[in-house]
Design a binder for this molecule. Structure first.
Ligand code: TXA
Ligand code: MG
Length: 340
């Protein structure tokens, strides 16, 4: 019986893959939707029909699909060229909605009430009655879930009325988008629409904390680790980098621009553009005053911008490792890692 079920599962997966692949082959007209009532309503309708809609969050743009619809979720993997073993984050409107999907212990409740809505994702045991597509968790018994702190994302979640699976809205392995135009540059023709909410305020992806059940940092991100440690009352263990993650941008090479990257650069060498931090002469500056929050908000936009200007290399000034500097350095070191 178990054997038959597993064959059935494999066949379903094969037909989903095939369907998603043929969907991705067909070029779609990608609509740019305005951040008004009719744009939000059109985006919610597309999600209900199983479509793919990119939308802004406070961290980066997400590529959304109905989290309960296998074919729609498979479409996310196809549009991004994302490996099937890399699971997705589910976005919901409130901690109450999250509690219908995941099992919250006392620590999860404490973190959720301190930091949601906000740039923090929790990885928790999935509830058996959650009703989500099995593709989201890539076979894991856990689910990554977050409540975004962005008015337009919240309006979309309210209009749609269900959980939305959404990875960052970039082709797999490339830099995350912080403007609607970045999404268009990477995914136009492969998705149904982009809801344009302007620039994302935080600029790096959410901080991911695993609670299965011990707290583990799976990805540094838009919520400083220090804030989480203060809330927990202890230091947070850090998960190791791997080439087959059950977790995030844990792949060593990730978030990469086309150009090669040289980190901790104190000068600009021949043929390089310099991405500066603090009071330095450079081509673009993450934050002339040395403010890490401003630098995080500018990081991906400046990388996209410099990447479009050069076929050569991008050098980057040293960035301090505290607060949002931890997420910035994490993304930069993955972007600079040898590509596989
Ligand atoms: O800020 C963000 O988190 C953005 C916005 C759109 O919400 N989303 C985002 O998604 O960065 P994505 O897919 O690019 O990164 C989410 C990471 C994945 O790399 C995945 O490995 C990890 O979350 N993840 C998802 N489910 C997981 C699980 N059950 N266990 C461990 N890690 C998981
Ligand atoms: Mg991503």
């Amino acid at each position: 019986m178990k054997y038959l079920q597993s064959i059935k599962g494999t066949l379903l997966q094969m037909s989903i893959n095939q369907n998603a692949a043929s969907q991705a082959d067909r070029r779609k007209h990608t609509r740019l939707l305005h951040p008004d009532d009719s744009g939000v309503a059109a985006a919610a309708d597309l999600l209900r029909q199983g479509g793919l809609v990119a939308f802004p969050t406070e961290t980066v743009y997400g590529l959304g699909a109905d989290a309960r619809n296998d074919l729609a979720v498979a479409g996310i993997f196809a549009a991004k060229g994302r490996p099937q073993f890399n699971p997705l984050i589910v976005h919901v409107s409130s901690a109450e909605a999250a509690a219908r999907i995941a099992a919250f212990g006392a620590v999860a409740e404490r973190l959720a009430s301190a930091f949601w809505p906000g740039p923090m994702t929790l990885v928790l045991p999935v509830r058996p009655d959650a009703g989500l597509s099995a593709l989201i968790s890539a076979g894991l018994p856990s689910i990554a879930i977050r409540v975004p702190n962005h008015a337009l994302a919240q309006r979309l979640l309210a209009a749609f009325g269900g959980p939305v699976a959404a990875p960052s809205a970039n082709p797999s392995g490339r830099i995350s988008p912080t403007l609607a135009q970045h999404v268009m540059d990477g995914l136009a023709g492969r998705i149904d629409a982009v809801l344009d909410g302007g620039a994302c305020g935080v600029g790096v992806e959410s901080t991911i904390v695993g609670l299965l059940p011990d707290p583990v940092l799976l990805r540094a991100g838009g919520l400083p680790v220090e804030a989480i440690e203060t809330c927990l009352g202890h230091r947070l263990a850090v998960a190791a980098t791997t080439d087959r993650p059950n977790a995030p941008g844990q792949l060593a090479s990730h978030y990469a621009p086309e150009a090669a990257l040289r980190l901790n650069a104190t000068e600009r060498r021949a043929g390089e553009l310099l991405l500066g931090f603090g009071a330095v002469a450079c081509d673009l500056n993450l934050s002339p005053s040395g403010d890490l929050t401003e630098a995080a908000a500018n990081l991906f936009r400046h990388l996209h911008d410099l990447d479009g200007r050069t076929a050569g290399a991008i050098a980057v000034s040293p960035i301090p490792g505290h607060g949002l500097g931890r997420a910035i350095n994490d993304r930069l070191s993955r972007a600079a890692a040898p590509r596989s």
